[in-house]
Design a protein around this ligand. Sequence first.
Ligand SMILES: [Zn+2]
Length: 117
Amino acid sequence: MRAINSDERQLLESLLVSAQPLSKDGPNLTTQERRALINSLHSLDVETSCTCHTCISLSFTGQRRALDITTVLSAEVEGGSALILLHIIDGAVRELEIAPTGNLPVSALPNPDVLIF
Ligand SMILES: [Zn+2]
């Protein structure tokens, strides 16, 4: 287990500000809920990371569960090369998945500038 690094934190923050539910009728976070999750990112630890060398998937622990919401937020990487899913479970950030949509593996965290919401 390790603390999240600053790149991970920036990406999570950007997703928590702007990403919308994967399912159009999926539960959405209010601005206040988004802010609460961002404010407690400092307590987030990376529990596991995928070692498949194709995707980047991180599971998290440590965030206090202050909210009662479970949802999946999504974003795309510019050019459509990857799909990003952020799983909020029982009011805590629990998993980040960055999966390639084509044949090219995801080798690095995307810069928040290239996200499409
Ligand atoms: Zn993987």
